[in-house]
Design a protein around this ligand. Structure first.
Ligand SMILES: Nc1ncnc2c1ncn2[C@@H]1O[C@H](COP(=O)(O)OP(=O)(O)OP(=O)(O)O)[C@@H](O)[C@H]1O
Ligand SMILES: [Mg+2]
Length: 232
């Protein structure tokens, strides 16, 4: 879980004029209307804004889960806005760790398999080594005594820690979290925020979407999104 500091001085994230238009039948929804954003290696940034303002859409593009309709995006200095399909998925797997509000864990397999999943996608490591790495990250997150549990045999906070372990196992350039404490009580939220704080202290780049001012207060910088744009 060593920290990452970007790539030869390039910002981790740089977007210019990013637009995203969703087409639903004949209706076009302009979710992003020209987003310019720079995030340097090691920054801890909170994204805030009203419901429907485009926060998740922006996270999906930054996280290479989706592509902009127009505009440019460089991830660690590499242009990715033109990439689609498997080429985009490969970058995502190498560079991005994602944590979601509802954990998104696989219900049928234990937390070691859940955590090791990104290593399976990236290939190159045998099963034993994948498990060893997954267990090492789970240990650091305090789950060493729950390795054989499946997600529904854990508390919400423990599930989110598994999701964080899975996000970290590939040692990504950045950690993206969309309302990671949205389904947790306040005590458990604090526990998860402490983990993000520790990761930040070790040099990880963290981008977190939140409605909660207490969560945003943890970050070094707040980026406000309104109606598909970054507000000044
Ligand atoms: N897959 C989709 N197809 C069509 N429209 C979409 C899609 N995803 C999002 N939208 C629309 O894009 C806009 C931005 O949505 P987005 O999910 O990014 O908002 P958000 O800021 O994350 O909101 P919330 O705080 O409620 O999560 C909304 O108007 C939404 O209805
Ligand atoms: Mg959202």
């Amino acid at each position: 879980m060593s920290g990452q500091v970007g790539n030869g001085g390039d910002p981790v994230v740089r977007t210019e004029g990013v637009h995203k238009i969703y087409h639903l039948g004949k209706v076009a929804v302009e979710a992003l209307r020209g987003v310019d954003l720079v995030i340097e290696g090691g920054e801890y940034v909170a994204i805030m804004g009203p419901s429907g303002s485009g926060k998740s859409t922006l996270m999906h593009i930054i996280g290479c889960l989706d592509s902009p309709t127009a505009g440019e995006y460089w991830l660690d200095g590499q242009p990715v806005s033109e990439l689609r399909g498997r080429r985009l998925a490969r970058i995502r797997n190498r560079k991005v760790g994602f944590v979601f509000q509802n954990f998104n864990l696989l219900p049928r397999v234990d937390i070691v398999e859940n955590t090791a999943l990104p290593l399976r996608y990236s290939g190159g490591l045998g099963r034993g080594e994948r498990r060893r790495r997954a267990i090492a990250v789970l240990d650091q997150l305090g789950l060493g005594d729950r390795l054989r549990h499946k997600p529904d045999e854990l508390s919400g906070g423990q599930r989110q820690r598994v999701a964080i372990a899975r996000a970290l196992v590939n040692n990504p350039s950045m950690l993206l979290a969309d309302e990671p404490t949205g389904n947790l009580d306040s005590g458990t939220s604090k526990e998860i925020l402490k983990i993000f704080r520790d990761l930040h202290d070790r040099g990880h780049t963290i981008l977190i979407v939140t409605h909660d001012p207490n969560v945003a207060a943890e970050a070094d910088r707040v980026v406000k999104i309104g109606d598909g744009r970054v507000e000044a």
